[in-house]
Design a protein around this ligand. Structure first.
Ligand code: NAP
Ligand code: GLV
Length: 313
């Protein structure tokens, strides 16, 4: 079995070593420009189109992340990038949900208990007690109830705050008010005090964090974007923060990464930025899952995590 690997920002030697240990007998190589030799499987993150195109024998492409938007976009801009019979398979959790739960819970507690404002008061040497947010009115809405969003809502329910969830198809999760589809989007948003985004980036979800959505939230709401920069209309957030409709935002993902030096988000008080770290790809867990799936597929067994390229996730 021949496997090609590409991850521009990783130490490929470590991935090749671990994949070889997990798949004894496999012939695994780092893909280099110009390499058109046959391959059965590709393990990739943000590959160039020429790596995958023209490989009719490729059986599956394993994406080293949960979000497949970059590859799906490649297929849109360079039709034929994905060989017609190759499956596209995403990572399923591989240690990401625990990271997302930590990040999201931290943001909820930080805003609910107003710790961000106490930080500012301390910097100004001010001893001032703020009126606490009412727990009952601190409704948190989570966009996306997949592998990651489900773990996040389950944990948030343990904080005894009202939790809502939004997905494409209806879900039933203990303690969570669930909404599905565009016709229930407004009801999901209405009066929520905080919005946490864990949707995939698809044509249907692009720009979903917009002025129209912000206006339906409770005044002085909070936004946490953990999915993709393309979900957010940046100018609408800046406008909503100016008016006070959005009080504060925590952003882990951006239209352009790294966030350009001159982007106003760097200078907006009460925007907290992190460099796309809310849930990182962990090598050990990812190699174990990918190797297990490659072995299962090679034996002719079904595997999970197959992307519906038409839906985009
Ligand atoms: P997932 O398991 O595929 O879940 C996606 C969820 O979004 C599902 O509940 C799906 O609904 C819902 N959804 C999709 N399209 C929708 C639409 N048009 N309207 C409403 N709901 C829609 O994905 P995941 O593993 O949880 O990951 C989610 C995203 O997080 C990834 O795509 C990636 O962009 C992002 N991510 C970011 C980081 C980071 O470090 N910042 C790390 C990992 C992942 P159904 O359940 O009905 O299908
Ligand atoms: C990271 O952003 C991922 O999609 O896994």
């Amino acid at each position: 079995m021949k496997i090609i690997f590409y991850e521009q920002h990783a130490d490929a030697s470590l991935w090749l070593r671990d994949l070889a240990l997990a798949l004894p007998g496999a012939d695994i190589r780092e893909w280099q420009p110009g390499d058109t030799a046959p391959a059965d499987y590709a393990v990739v993150w943000r590959p160039p189109p020429e790596m995958l195109a023209c490989r009719p024998d490729l059986k599956a492409v394993f994406n080293l992340g949960a979000g497949v938007d970059a590859i799906v976009e490649l297929e849109r801009t360079h039709p034929g990038t994905l060989p017609p019979n190759a499956l596209l398979v995403r990572l399923e959790d591989t240690g990401m949900s625990v990271q997302m739960v930590e990040y999201a819970t931290h943001a909820v507690l930080r805003y609910m208990r107003r710790f961000d404002e106490y930080d500012a008061l301390q910097r100004a040497h001010k001893w001032e007690k703020l009126v606490p947010h009412s727990r009952d009115e601190f409704t948190v809405g989570v966009l996306g109830l997949g592998v990651l969003g489900t773990k996040v809502v389950e944990r948030l329910t343990t904080l005894s705050i009202p939790v809502r969830g939004f997905s494409r198809t209806k879900k039933d999760i203990d303690g969570v008010r669930t909404f599905a589809g565009p016709e229930q989007f407004d009801a999901f948003l209405d009066g929520a005090k905080m919005l946490i985004n864990l949707l995939p980036h698809t044509p249907d979800t692009e720009g979903i964090l917009s002025r129209r959505a912000f206006e339906r939230l409770a005044p002085g709401a909070y936004l946490v974007n953990l999915a993709r920069g393309a979900h957010l209309v940046d100018e609408d957030l800046l406008h909503a923060m100016k008016s006070g409709q959005i009080a504060a935002a925590t952003l882990d993902v951006f239209h352009t990464e790294p966030l350009p030096e001159d982007h106003p988000f760097w200078r907006t008080p009460r925007i907290t930025l992190t460099p796309h770290i809310s849930a990182m790809t962990l090598r050990e867990e990812s190699v174990a899952q990918v190797a297990e799936k490659i072995a299962a597929h090679a034996r002719g067994e079904p595997i999970s995590g197959i992307v519906d390229v038409k839906l985009g996730y």
